[in-house]
Write a protein that binds this ligand. Structure first.
Ligand SMILES: Nc1nc2c(ncn2[C@@H]2O[C@H](COP(=O)(O)OP(=O)(O)OP(=O)(O)O)[C@@H](O)[C@H]2O)c(=O)[nH]1
Ligand SMILES: [Mg+2]
Length: 379
């Protein structure tokens, strides 16, 4: 089977009154030429929703694929969405309800926004200019507003409508993430766990369901608080880890720079001593001074900066080769930059030298961290 470009996840529970029609509307909304699939995830609805969806896919001529995933029991909306994502073949995943609260004619706009703005998540939003809610009583509107502001303030989410159930995202942003998938609010969990990705919002009018019964009860409210609390703990842990990482990273930069400074001293002393107390030619003495300082820098950085205690001959000599290579590149960067800053920007030589040494040392640090000592850059 050929992979789709866009996978539309459509969770259903007792939607027999809506499913045929919503599939028709989705089919009509999908732009010509787009390779799409709809994945209906049904939780063994007693009203035969899954069978109707299958009938539709067999009887109707559609330009896109329709798959029906039948789960054994009602396991909740978020877990149904997660199952749909597992089945999806597209790189773009779009999630929506099947009760017409999320108008299918918005689908092209969501997909276009995701593609054209190069963002990672597009949220169809009730709470941005142009968006609204039709048919909800005041009480439900108020509850939604309160839940939204708890999510935004408590979890530090930027979106205006993090409780939306109508959204699309690029699959790669959730790779490797583990989801709790508690309750209703899958988007909220995605937003917390992918913090930092680019988000766009498109306005739409949410229309209260016209047919079928609501599945939202007291349990959904309890689930909501459970999931917000879990996500809050997750965010706190992530922030602590981020802080630890920055301290570790900066302390390694500091050690690397200290070693670099010690290397300059060794280089200077060795060159002077060799040229004055022996009859070695001063240029040979300089070369020896450089070699000595590269060697001492290497061992100090290996042992102290990157805390690598594996001194086996093979590994150490490969690392030494890379380190010496990067040191030469660093020297060239330094040279080029000094020339560029002094000649091109009229900067004074001492300032240009400081900038160039700093830049070369930092790029050396990153290159050696990643390629010589095989660490992740940000760790
Ligand atoms: N597979 C699956 N789908 C579910 C489950 N709960 C809800 N859904 C579907 O998820 C979508 C959203 O559920 P709704 O009951 O409409 O929830 P809501 O929009 O918050 O509330 P109402 O529109 O008032 O009913 C609908 O398409 C439901 O059929 C579930 O446990 N499993
Ligand atoms: Mg609904």
């Amino acid at each position: 089977m050929q992979a789709a470009e866009v996978s539309i996840i459509l969770p259903t529970y007792n939607e027999s009154k809506n499913i045929w029609s919503i599939l028709e509307h989705i089919q009509k909304a999908i732009p010509m030429g787009l390779k799409a699939e709809t994945i209906v995830v049904d939780d063994n609805s007693p009203d035969d929703t899954a069978r109707i969806a299958e009938d539709y896919s067999i009887k109707e001529k559609t330009s896109h694929t329709i798959n029906v995933v039948k789960r054994k029991a009602k396991n909740g909306l978020s877990s149904a969405i997660l199952r749909g994502i597992q089945e999806a073949t597209g790189n773009t995943i779009l999630v929506m309800d099947s009760d017409f609260s999320h108008p299918p004619h918005i689908i092209p706009k969501i997909i276009d926004t995701l593609r054209q703005t190069r963002c990672d998540i597009v949220i169809a939003s009730r709470y941005v200019k142009g968006g609204s809610i039709q048919g909800w009583p005041f009480k439900r509107k108020l509850m939604s507003r309160i839940a939204t502001s708890i999510a935004k303030k408590g979890l530090g989410i930027e979106s205006h409508d993090p409780m939306s159930g109508f959204f699309a995202f690029k699959r790669n942003i959730i790779e490797g993430l583990k989801f709790d998938a508690i309750g209703y609010k899958m988007l909220l969990e995605i937003l917390v766990k992918t913090k930092g990705v680019k988000i766009q919002e498109v306005p739409y009018t949410f229309i209260d369901r016209q047919a079928g019964a609501s599945k939202l009860g007291v349990l959904a409210v309890i689930d909501y608080f459970k999931s917000v609390f879990k996500l809050y703990k997750y965010g706190r842990k992530a922030r602590r880890e981020e802080k630890r990482t920055s301290v570790r990273f900066l302390s390694k930069v500091a050690r690397f720079f200290t070693v670099g400074a010690s290397g300059l001293g060794i280089n200077y002393l060795a060159s002077i001593l060799l040229s004055s107390s022996t009859d070695i030619w001063y240029l040979h003495a300089t070369v020896m001074g450089i070699a000595l300082s590269v060697t001492s820098n290497f061992f100090l950085n290996k042992y102290w900066t990157f805390e690598d205690r594996d001194f086996s001959a093979k590994k150490t000599s490969i690392q030494y080769g890379k380190f010496a290579g990067f040191s030469s590149i660093g020297a060239l960067v330094q040279l080029g930059m000094v020339y560029y800053l002094v000649d091109g920007f009229d900067l004074s030589y001492p300032i240009a030298l400081i900038l160039a040494v700093g830049t070369a040392a930092f790029s050396n640090f990153v290159l050696n961290k990643k390629w010589t000592f095989r660490e992740r850059v940000w760790s």
